[in-house]
Design a protein around this ligand. Structure first.
Ligand code: PRX
Length: 646
């Protein structure tokens, strides 16, 4: 890994919100006196009833409990909209850029207020109230942001399901959260192609046992059936609704949203985020990590189906009164210049994307970047997976013209906001390193026995020693699972699931997951989920799934399948299995390489030795380790002989 150091560019240092000395002193206070620090920072938000208590948290695994600002009351939608009306009612809140470059819209804070209030009243009319769950299964259209904020306004809890997920995955989430309402669209539009959202939602509803309604936004005008008594058009209920909807006072600890995410075992779990601590953390990280200042045009290219879209397209930026760009399309449509054309068109100052997008656009050639005027860019961001130094340098030199710091932000669905990151005016950069902790975040490195490593320079398991306001509060409906997943393996710490290296300067370098979670194009996936989809296929007897290095995606999905007796190993069956997994989970889970394996390496007690499967998939046959404990060591040679090529 490169250890070149890139100092803070002089132009950025001049006007930055935080310099290195300020970072060091604020960080020190944040960990030495969390009550004082966060008590003060909490004032960034407008409180209906001010808090008198700040931090009340316990990582004791017998009694894990996380509460921040627990006696305060506020409303997230009022913080993201109403409080800006007086000073910036006519300022653009959301710049929407459609899939087709000719399609765009600017939505002011005043308009946002009206549209969200009307929708919130429409929700009420549909029987949704405080504490009820609403599933959002939407394309990247302004209605997605309105739907989130309208839930927040009346105290309903939203749970967004990424538009690329299958009907089955959607059904699991509707059932899991017992949602009263699903908001969707007739069809989505991505890269010129239609996504059959309503058709998928109809298929999902066949598996829904309880009473739920569907609210349908007209996006493409595609021909879709509506079910009498269950489905209603968005415009039909929102159009006539009143624009007067006072924000519901919410306790700081009331849930704001649920977001399902994959873990190493079992099915995805519903991560629950809070109202007060989450919003404070999203807003503060958005301001400091991106050095956001009034008037900046800010663009995060994520989808609201992922946590990045929640915290850094909607909640963080709007709480700060920013202008946030919301993009419906994909980086390569209609051409690989699209990102850069949009930056030029909307005069973007801060740009936040994922390494997988950077790598694919790097491969498309510099000419696509060079023909755009990118002179407004000031800060670049990266999120979702480790960024390789080559992609980092291309981003820095070709996109940022060596004048924009890159904030490589490490965090997770569970953390609510950015945890380890450079600050543009404070941190010298090293390509590939997420660098130093944000205020209040105390990373520690543990060895395999769970002992803290004292030396600065080391490699180990990344854990966090104490709570921060944006931390998830529980797993929806299953607090025990929350405790066992994050607090039991290493007692007294939050276990993030990542490994890391800490260098002599105390900089963190995330090395990737240490559990059975893989990261495909920045999308997190449990190998267990893909395996359970595969074994549900009638021709599959057993399956094991691992990640392998992939040039563009970061990690690809490598599948080993053992077929049922008498089934033939054919190319057609490989295709069939791919289609099957796409149908069960969604296109993002589609296997890249499928190896038919008559036998899998198992211990004598029948446990699959994934370590060996991982090494074979990685093409790293030299370090398979000890295979003598296998029930049948000969299967390893067969697996090596039949390894699939990239
Ligand atoms: O492995 C880490 C990786 O993404 C995981 C979290 O995935 P998810 O919950 O989907 O959230 C993604 C967006 C916040 C982490 O456990 N990850 C995320 N950011 C980075 C990263 N790995 C290395 N460097 C990063 N900057």
């Amino acid at each position: 890994m490169s250890e070149n150091v890139y100092p803070v560019p002089a132009d950025v240092a001049k006007d930055a919100l935080i310099d290195n000395d300020t970072y060091l002193s604020m960080y020190k206070q944040s960990v030495e006196d969390p009550d004082g620090f966060w008590g003060e920072q909490g004032k960034r938000l407008d409180w209906i009833k001010p808090y008198t208590k700040v931090k009340n948290t316990s990582y004791d695994y017998h009694n894990v409990s996380i509460k921040w600002f627990e006696d305060g009351e506020l409303n997230v939608s009022a913080n993201c909209i109403d409080r800006h009306l007086e000073t910036r009612g006519d300022q653009t809140a959301i710049i929407w850029e459609g899939d087709d470059p000719a399609d765009d819209e600017n939505i002011t804070y005043k308009q946002l207020h009206e549209r969200v209030s009307k929708l919130a009243n429409a929700y009420k009319e549909l029987g949704v109230g405080k504490g009820d769950r609403v599933i959002l299964y939407l394309p990247m259209i302004p209605e997605a942001a309105y739907s989130m904020l309208a839930c927040a306004r009346i105290g309903a809890i939203h749970s967004i399901v990424f538009g690329g997920f299958s009907p089955d995955a959607l059904a699991d989430r509707i059932n899991g959260s017992q949602a009263k309402l699903v908001v969707t669209a007739d069809q989505g539009l991505r890269g010129g192609r239609k996504v059959p959202l309503k058709t998928n939602a109809d298929a999902a509803f066949e598996k829904v046992k309880h009473d739920a309604k569907m609210l349908v936004v007209k996006r493409t005008g595609g021909d879709i059936p509506m079910v009498e008594g269950r489905d209603v058009w968005y415009d039909d209920v929102v159009g006539p609704a009143s624009a007067d909807c006072p924000p519901e006072p919410m306790n700081a600890e009331d849930p704001l949203f649920i977001l399902y995410t994959s873990g190493s075992t079992g099915m995805p779990k519903g991560v629950v985020h809070s109202t007060g601590g989450y919003l404070l953390y999203a807003s503060m990280t958005h301001q400091y990590v991106f050095d956001y200042k009034d008037g900046d045009i800010y663009w995060c290219t994520a989808d609201v189906g992922w946590v990045t879209g929640h915290s850094y397209i909607v909640y963080g930026p709007l709480a700060n009164g920013a202008t946030t760009v919301m993009f419906e399309g994909v980086p390569t449509y209609p051409s690989p210049s699209r990102f850069w054309d949009v930056c030029e068109k909307h005069k973007v100052n801060i740009f936040y994307t994922a390494p997988t997008a950077i790598r694919s656009l790097m491969g498309a050639g510099n000419e696509h970047v060079e023909k755009a005027d990118l002179s407004t860019l000031r800060v670049l961001g990266s999120v979702g997976e480790p960024i390789n130094p080559e992609a980092w340098k291309w981003y820095y030199e070709v996109v940022g013209k060596e004048k924009c710091p890159i904030v490589d932000t490490w965090w997770q669905t569970e953390t609510g906001g950015i945890m380890i990151t450079p600050l543009p005016g404070a941190t010298d950069l090293k390509p590939g390193s997420a660098t130093r902790p944000f205020f209040g975040v105390q990373p520690v490195m543990l060895d395999n026995d769970g002992k803290e490593i004292a030396e600065t320079e080391c490699e180990g398991i990344l854990c966090i020693a104490d709570s921060w306001p944006g931390q998830m509060r529980t797993v929806f409906g299953d607090h025990d699972r929350f405790v066992s997943t994050y607090f039991e393996t290493f007692k007294g710490y939050y276990f993030a699931g990542d490994g890391a290296r800490r260098d002599a300067d105390g900089y963190y370098w995330i090395t990737g997951r240490v559990d059975d979670v893989i990261n495909v194009s920045g999308h997190r996936m449990g190998t267990a989920e893909v395996e359970s989809a595969l074994v549900a296929h009638p021709k599959v007897s057993e399956a094991a799934v691992v990640g392998y290095p992939h040039d563009i995606k970061g990690q690809g999905i490598y599948v080993y399948v053992t077929l049922m007796e008498g089934e033939e190993e054919t190319e057609d069956l490989r295709k069939e299995l791919r289609t099957w997994v796409r149908g069960e989970i969604g296109p993002i889970a589609s296997p890249d390489l499928i190896q038919f394996a008559p036998g899998l390496p198992k211990t004598r007690s029948g446990k699959i030795m994934r370590r060996i499967l991982r090494k074979i998939a990685e093409d790293d046959f030299g370090s398979l380790g000890d295979t003598s404990t296998l029930a049948d060591p000969a299967v390893v040679d067969d697996l090596i002989d039949n390894r699939q090529n990239r």
